[in-house]
Design a binder for this molecule. Sequence first.
Ligand SMILES: [Zn+2]
Length: 287
Amino acid sequence: MKDTTNDMTSTINQLIQLQELIIAKTQRLAASPQSNLSLLDENIASMRKCVAPKVLQDFDRLLQKSQIAIVPMEQGKCTACNMTLPVSLVHQVHAAEAIYHCPSCARLLFYRDADSSARNTRPPRKRTEAPKTGIAKFSSDALMVPDLEGKDAESVIRELAEKLKDAKYIDDAEKLVMAAMAREAVDSTALENGCAFPHARGIEGGALSFALGIAKKPIAFDSSKKASTQIVVLMVIPTAASTFYLKLIAGFNRVLMVEKNRDALLATDTPEKMWKTLVKLTAKDIP
Ligand SMILES: [Zn+2]
């Protein structure tokens, strides 16, 4: 019995990694259609070879319906569709002797300890507040950093994660740093145009959020490349928003591809001015 569980756990881990690679590819394409994808394609092909054909078939069928085929079960719920799962199924997913589907959205489920990842603790909108529009749905001036101190990916991600924690958007900055760095290891989110979009998916409990920082001097976000990154957007993404964040990245890219827009943002020196400039720049592309 023990062996079956171990096999199944490794299959589940392979599917999670495969999905991560496929999403990384989609994200590269959304951000810059001319990207070189050969290394990602190679990694996807070799990961596919590790998974049993029957499981792979099931996985591919689900991917045709949406970008997310395998999702964590947390606190007895499917994190993709939020359905409360039958108790017997919760036990089965936890035991992981086979791969189980969510009865509501059909996605594959895996067990994840709720304590292993940061939680989104963003306070809900007060009833007296007007509904937000544009990027105000995801961030605020408290999450703008006009002068990042860090000189590499991990240190700037940490500065932004601390901001998210201070503004009560997440409960644990270090867990967020770990998750975002694990994602960078799959494929760097730094783009040619000087922007980087580090993120952690599967952060449950609240809405998609981001913090944005500016490096006055370019930093080497991707340690294998020369220093070229100046704008860093750290996103916290619940599983259910895993498709939506790609639209947000595409919107940011349309705006930040334009040099004079990047320059306008880089010229700001306080969180308030940065936020005001960002709201103005993104009004059309992120409605
Ligand atoms: Zn579901």
